[in-house]
Design a protein around this ligand. Structure first.
Ligand code: KIV
Length: 271
């Protein structure tokens, strides 16, 4: 039995204990009440209201367009669906990068209006002032390094990050900066497994990987990707646990057939 199965609510403190004991942390995204209720009930440790909602829920090409109001709307539903998981909300592009006072105001809105437990920001040294100011208000912060989708127009592609020595060294420095600032955990996205292992050993806070290999403290995937709802996105790191696109298509086709053939509703399905 894992050490945390009897715990009523996963906290940042529990995640630290899990790292110390070598128990892996499971994390998934959710953007609404119904999915959050199911995955919380299944026992996932951390639920991320990711700004990937911009792609997955709204059909945008990147995470950049999603607004603070939209993230708050998604997060409210997720929080209502959760009894046990720690709920982390992505701060959307443009709400924390330029000005640490604005970062604090945005994070306070998220915490007050959603009931979530923590926020996540992308970047290292360049956003450290915002991280420190948010933490000074008692709001737990999760960092995010490596492939940072909000910077897609700076990098131009979604290829593996930190392959060069220079970029790897900056990533290690940034991980230390975020730890020293007081972040409770760190996401590493799409970087070489060896580098992720090195960072995980070098810092005391839990490191959660996505495309960062097995030697980290936990794993995160986008729920709609691992369930096979999204089809257009197939990176090497993605393991699909279901093909819900095909399942939903089949169910909807059956429904259409039943409606057209007058099979639905039948005698028992009417008043
Ligand atoms: O927005 C998101 O879904 C994320 C995960 C990929 C970590 O940031």
């Amino acid at each position: 039995m894992s050490i945390h199965q009897n715990i009523k609510r996963i906290t940042t403190h529990v995640l630290h204990e899990m790292k110390l004991r070598g128990e892996k942390i499971s994390m998934l995204t959710a953007y609404d009440y119904s999915m959050a209720r199911i995955i919380d009930g299944a026992g996932v440790d951390v639920i991320l209201v990711g700004d990937s909602a911009s792609n997955v829920m709204a059909g945008n090409q990147s995470t950049l367009p999603i607004t603070l109001d939209e993230m708050i709307y998604h997060a409210r539903g997720v929080v209502r669906g959760c009894n046990r998981a720690l709920v982390v909300v992505d701060m959307p592009f443009g709400t924390y990068q330029g000005n640490s006072k604005e970062a604090l105001a945005s994070s306070i809105r998220i915490m007050k209006e959603t009931g979530a437990h923590a926020v996540k920001l992308e970047g290292g040294q360049e956003i450290s002032e915002s991280v420190i100011r948010i933490l000074s208000a008692g709001i737990p912060v999760m960092g995010h390094l490596g492939l940072t989708p909000q910077s897609i127009h700076k990098f131009g592609t979604y290829v593996v990050r930190a392959k060069s020595e220079e970029e790897a060294a900056k990533l290690v420095d940034d991980a230390h900066i975020l730890e020293d600032a007081g972040c409770f955990a760190l996401i590493l996205e799409k970087i070489p497994a060896k580098l992720a292992c090195q960072v995980t050993k070098a810092i005391k806070i839990p490191v959660i990987g996505i495309g960062a290999g097995p030697n980290v403290d936990g794993q995160v995937l986008v729920l709609h990707d691992m369930l096979g709802i999204t089809q257009e996105f197939s990176p090497r790191f993605l393991r699909r646990y279901h093909n819900l696109d095909a399942e939903i298509t089949g169910a909807v086709k059956n429904y259409i057939t039943d409606v057209k053939s007058l099979d639905f509703p039948n005698q028992k399905e009417q008043y």
